[in-house]
Design a protein around this ligand. Structure first.
Ligand code: ZN
Length: 483
């Protein structure tokens, strides 16, 4: 009995000490508030108004990607506008048009060093709803450029092109080859980037660094209120999966049990109540929490800043919380579409429902789909993958390329928090993991909370000053690379 009491006391003592250490650690790691350093115009011949007017021109081309459409006139128009705006790039760089996707090659001093590639797609999603300014007006007002694509992602494309145009115009030669890629159909998961990567792969080209959209200098994201550089180092895989149930069909006046929708609903209900996915804190997520935690409120700092103590229970807690927290620790399956008969009084012979599934590092496409199939089999429902791709490799951050990105962020934006993060959405850049070990999703633009939300929504806009700062980032980044 005495021994039991001693063991219990020791255990209680251990818990108290561990908790105290965690509290002290949470107080100790608190990061101080850091505004991005002030950005002054006029550095390196930066001409803010000119950049803004060029982005406005790009926005004025409604290069909307529409699934199954054969109309490429807007993409062609976009090519024309780029040709007009960036004559040096078009005249002095090697240009390859891969069925609408653009690729430029700028020769550097040394062809021995691995090249780098900066990319940003030129297509946009449609613009519905009621906008403050017409979505394809490219209106410049209140120090902002307004319109579809300002954030996603003509803003970044404009910044890259302005930077390179400027450097080419002063006869600057980069130390390694620099490529610029812009796909024409990213928004419909098109083949622009796929074909570009195929082309590069066939040429035997590998890259030291590929930098695409994804993260940015964001305010109010992931619970951090201060501006932070969110640098995407991996993104989840995804698939659209159809679940199919059959019956003999018939008139609704003579119903029978377990009709196709009843079968499907059992699958939907089980996956909703008890998602079969393994919950785990993977290395990139741990890294992300570690980088974020100093800037979070005390309760989150206490938990995320002390993964040695809370790491074991965190996946289960995150999973219960749902939303973003859950999506970071497990694969997800969300039902989005359903179809049955064409009449309200007709029992369908076949009914289907479709789910959007996202895979995570520790449970890839095969493992995730197998788990879903097991549930479907249980209720005699068929399952079929319609489209999708597996999770791609995480960027190698132990490289010169990654360190240069971080160094440039500090130089351009000051000592702001930098968070390597796991992207839940997808980008074109995943295709490039085939020819590059360090694929980064980061654009050097500052987005307010409201601007982040404006992508794919109404009133998309970007600050004129943010665009010019993005140009200086790329100018300096190219100049410093390989030095
Ligand atoms: Zn995009």
């Amino acid at each position: 009995m005495e021994n039991v009491i001693i063991i219990l006391l020791c255990l209680a003592g251990f818990i108290v000490v561990a908790f105290l250490v965690a509290v002290i650690n949470a107080i100790r790691i608190k990061g101080s508030y850091k505004e991005p350093k002030e950005f002054r115009l006029g550095i390196d011949d930066i001409n803010s108004q000119l950049h803004a007017s060029h982005l406005a021109r790009m926005i004025q081309v409604p290069s909307v990607s529409i699934r199954d459409s054969n109309d490429f006139s807007q993409i062609k128009k976009m090519h024309k506008v780029l040709e007009e705006l960036y004559p040096n790039i078009h005249n002095r760089l090697e240009k390859i048009d891969i069925d609408g996707a653009l690729l430029f090659k700028w020769r550097g001093k040394s062809s021995k060093a691995l090249p780098i590639l900066l990319m940003s797609h030129m297509d946009v999603v449609e613009a519905t709803g009621s906008w403050k300014f017409s979505p394809f007006s490219g209106k410049i007002s209140d120090g902002k450029i307004w319109g579809r694509g300002a954030v996603d992602t003509k803003g970044a494309l404009c910044a890259i092109l302005e930077a390179v145009e400027h450097l080419v115009s002063i006869n600057y030669v980069p130390s390694c080859d620099v490529y610029i890629a812009s796909s024409n159909n990213e928004e419909i998961t098109g083949d622009g980037a796929v074909k570009t990567v195929e082309y590069l792969y066939k040429q035997g080209i590998r890259f030291d660094l590929v930098m695409d959209e994804g993260g940015a200098v964001m305010c109010g994201t992931m619970g951090i209120n201060e501006p932070s550089a969110m640098v995407g180092i991996v993104e989840k895989g995804r698939a659209n999966v159809k679940f199919i149930a059959h019956s003999s069909g018939g008139h609704a006046s003579i119903p029978f049990n377990n009709n196709p929708f009843a079968q499907l609903s059992k699958v939907v209900s089980e996956l909703d109540r008890k998602p079969p996915f393994k919950k785990k804190l993977t290395k990139p997520v741990k890294r992300m929490y570690k980088a974020m935690s100093p800037y979070l409120s005390f309760k989150y700092r206490l938990v995320l800043g002390n993964l040695w103590l809370f790491g074991g229970i965190l996946p289960a807690v995150c999973s219960k919380m749902g939303g973003q927290a859950a999506a970071l620790v497990q694969s997800t399956c969300v039902f989005t579409m359903a179809e049955g008969s064409s009449g309200a009084n007709v029992i369908p012979e076949t009914a289907t429902c479709t789910a959007n599934v996202r895979f995570i590092l520790h449970e890839n496409e095969e493992k995730t789909l197998n788990k879903l199939k097991k549930v479907a089999d249980k209720y005699n429902v068929e399952m079929e993958k319609i489209s999708g791709y597996d999770i791609c490799p995480t960027a190698d951050t132990n490289t010169y390329a990654y360190k240069q990105v971080l160094k440039q962020i500090k130089e351009t934006f000051g000592d702001i928090p930098i968070v390597p993060y796991v992207m839940l959405a997808g980008t074109d850049s995943r295709h490039y993991t085939k020819i590059c070990d360090c694929v980064i999703r980061f654009v050097p633009l500052i987005f307010s909370e409201e601007q982040q939300k404006s992508a794919h929504a109404i009133n998309e806009n970007l600050d004129v000053s943010s665009l010019s700062r993005g140009v200086t980032f790329y100018v300096d980044f190219i100049k410093n690379y390989g030095k």
